[in-house]
Design a binder for this molecule. Structure first.
Ligand code: DGY
Length: 321
């Protein structure tokens, strides 16, 4: 029996075909399973040599132990907080991700979300469709300017820098906070480095692009959110857990900030009845940062290359350690 490459989603045959050469490829039919895609994979036990995962697939040490011949986990995302990397290292399992190709696409989305939230585009569109646009009103649908406003970017990695590039083009006054200083980016985009506290107090737009780690989990809690300006707009296209959602709800509900644009949540998919979704000053998207056809195709190709490299005894690009 051939060993198995288990893909936790269904992809076009043209993408997965190269994987079939020496292995059986099983693609999870996610809409017709009772448990999780990973639970489905577990039934193939020692036949599974490779797992193709999405960011909602939790690959724990228990999962690795239940798949004793697992050699590679290829995560179709840049973030890899869904995988226990230490456990993979201990077991000699290679973990790969898909950085780089999605930076501009994710920054495009984040900037779109920023503009939508500031100018209240979804609310205006919904109102028009509902037949509520009855006349021109001096302050009808009025929102916040983007050009010339201040923005504080938390996390100046590849996506943070791509966002800075867009903000620079909009004449924004850009600050950032990061574990390390990024001097080249500072010069290129006229960035000001600030402590987190200073950035939260000073900047109108706050955009999060940090990875989810022990240090960033809950980074924007109640105390931090209390520092924000009354006209603040929070944009999160990184990971939901970085913001305390209850505290965010409270500041939004009480009108202590202007709004929030969210592409990510601590629980995904977010419950459609979640209290954050009851607020008119929230623009909410279903985690689509990297979702352009071209970028998702490149990410899928990177996963194919990574899996084949490991199974052929070669070193893949983009190993996560
Ligand atoms: C990632 O790659 O980590 C993104 O969140 C996916 O859109």
């Amino acid at each position: 029996m051939k060993s198995i490459i288990y893909v936790t989603r269904q992809l076009d045959e043209s993408i997965v075909a190269p994987l079939r050469e020496n292995h059986e490829v099983i693609q999870c039919d996610i809409h017709n399973i009772t448990g999780t895609p990973i639970e489905e994979a577990l039934q193939y036990g020692d036949r599974v040599v490779a797992l193709w995962t999405a960011l909602s697939d939790q690959v724990t040490s228990e999962v690795m132990d239940a798949l004793p011949n697992l050699k590679v986990v290829a995560n179709m995302a840049v973030g890899y907080n869904n995988i226990d990397i230490a456990a993979a290292n201990e077991r000699g399992i290679t973990v790969t991700n898909t950085p780089g190709v999605l930076s501009d696409t994710t920054a495009d989305l984040a900037f779109g979300l920023l503009m939508s939230t500031a100018r209240r585009l979804p609310q205006a569109e919904k109102s028009l469709r509902a037949g509520e646009w009855s006349t021109w009103e001096p302050f009808g649908y009025a929102g916040m300017d983007i050009h010339g406003a201040s923005i504080g970017i938390i996390g100046m990695g590849r996506i943070g820098e791509a966002l800075a590039r867009r903000a620079y083009g909009f004449d924004m006054d850009i600050s950032y906070h990061n574990r390390t200083r990024k001097e080249e980016a500072e010069k290129k985009y006229d960035l000001t480095y600030r402590s987190l506290e200073d950035l939260l107090k000073t900047c109108q737009f706050i955009a999060i692009f940090a990875p989810l780690t022990e240090e960033t989990n809950g980074l924007l809690g109640r105390e931090e959110l209390a520092l924000l300006r009354p006209d603040a707009i929070v944009i999160n296209a990184a990971r939901g857990e970085i913001i305390d959602e209850d505290a965010l709800y409270d500041v939004l509900k009480e009108g202590k900030i202007f709004g929030a644009g969210l592409d990510v949540y601590s629980q995904e998919p977010i419950d459609p009845n979640h209290k954050l979704l009851t607020l008119p000053n929230v623009v909410a998207l279903p985690h689509i940062g990297s979702a352009s056809i071209a970028t998702r195709t490149k990410m899928a190709e990177m996963n194919v290359e990574a899996i084949l490299a490991v199974l052929n005894g070669e070193t893949p690009e983009n190993i996560v350690q």
